[in-house]
Design a protein around this ligand. Sequence first.
Ligand code: HEC
Ligand code: HEC
Length: 429
Amino acid sequence: MRIFRSKKIIGAALTLCVMSLLAACGSSSTDNSAQVAAGREVFMNETFGNEKFFGDTLGLHTVLNGVAPKDAVALGVQVDLNKVPADIVAVMTGSDLAAKDAALSDPAVTRQLIKAGAVIGVKGSYATTAAGDTTLTSAGISCALCHVTVKPTTFTLTAGATPLPIGEPQFDGVPNTRMDAGKILSFTPFAVANGLSATLAGWGPGRFDIRALNELDDSVDNPTAYPPLWNFPDLQVNGYALGWDGMFKGTNALASISEAVYDLIMHGNGSFAATHGAIPPALAFPPRQAVLDKFQDNPASTITADKLLQVQAFLQSLHSPAASGFDQLQAAAGKTLFEGKAKCATCHPAATEFITAGRYSDITAAPPTGDLAGGIKVPGLRGVSHTAPYFHDGSAATLPEVVNRFNSRDALGLTDTEKSQLVEYLKSL
Ligand code: HEC
Ligand code: HEC
């Protein structure tokens, strides 16, 4: 099969591992802070040339050139306070509410923020390097768009309004569940011209259909929730497979899924699963043949093994926050239920970080469709109180909704007290 064909590449990647990147290749916790820092930089800023798709093909820059900051943040865009130009900080921290409102309604401020690198996950291109030239001629995206949030400051639109997402980036793996990437793309000239706007806008915040707008297209509208990116070393020791469908597994699976995302989903300049790919694909099972047939070799690929292994090291450094804010006694009762009457531990045993092998298509009320129809892997549950909404389709808004779903699915006959005890246990993980 084509996807496994290049022995030469496998050999080269292994040599690379042995030579200089031991920390990223093994599961040992060697001090690899330089790798982690480099990987965070790649994760935050690298586009691998996807401006060609998001800018030149979709026309994302024309949307960004005209959007007011308040409309952008309403769509989930996060702003890195460390990079906001001083004059904008002065307005935002000042007491002149009218000036604040004016700034937040002015697309020129959005353009200034993007040019300063303050809009997380968005990279602008410009005709000149002149400081005053803030009109984007193209735009690309980085991983951070959907996977990084900021800790909001007290900047407010008007006194007492919701804090704006302007603050310190949190490198903690919590997904940006307010990011409505589909809606942002729905405004692009490409989406409008091709009648895609309604579908894209329908995905909703915190979800993206990675099996659309690219070679993975399965002709079905099945947007999935952004999973948290944490606890990978512990999960992978127990056989965790990546992606809701569990397609990526094995040595360097995190680097491999990153290559697939950069090349296929983000349309970077890559060659995933072909001769000039950066690393051998680490797969639990291959995509269907029709998808494999669409993969093309690209001798000019600029996606490199070293950068992918840096991203992997960064991802491996992320851990879910310590549990807090739960009732100890209720959680203890919930643990007994989890392992007994509620049958949760049959699929989520604590001894294996709450995961087991196997894929299921009957957990959510609406079964997964398209290329997800083969089933959804069992996700880990640590830190789960921080990652609502739940399930691959985001169909359960809260933990009580998750418990209700299993209660009816498995006819568990849980009382209201038992349900809340289970929720307290989930909050303790
Ligand atoms: C447009 C939003 C978006 C961007 C940008 C994005 N992701 Fe994701 N990510 C998702 C979604 C949605 C999923 C779930 C996809 C699925 O399996 O259906 C996901 C899943 C993942 C997973 C699997 C986690 C698990 O527990 O199974 C990893 C790892 C990951 N992303 C890393 C990355 C990296 C690295 C990048 C940059 C190369 C990136 N993502 C860019 C939305 C995004
Ligand atoms: C038959 C195996 C199975 C059983 C039993 C089971 N789960 Fe799950 N669980 C899964 C699978 C598979 C998913 C992902 C389903 C999807 O997204 O479509 C999941 C998802 C979850 C999620 C959402 C995780 C996320 O990140 O979105 C939570 C929370 C959860 N289960 C808790 C429980 C609790 C509590 C019980 C017992 C009441 C339970 N599970 C019983 C297999 C199981």
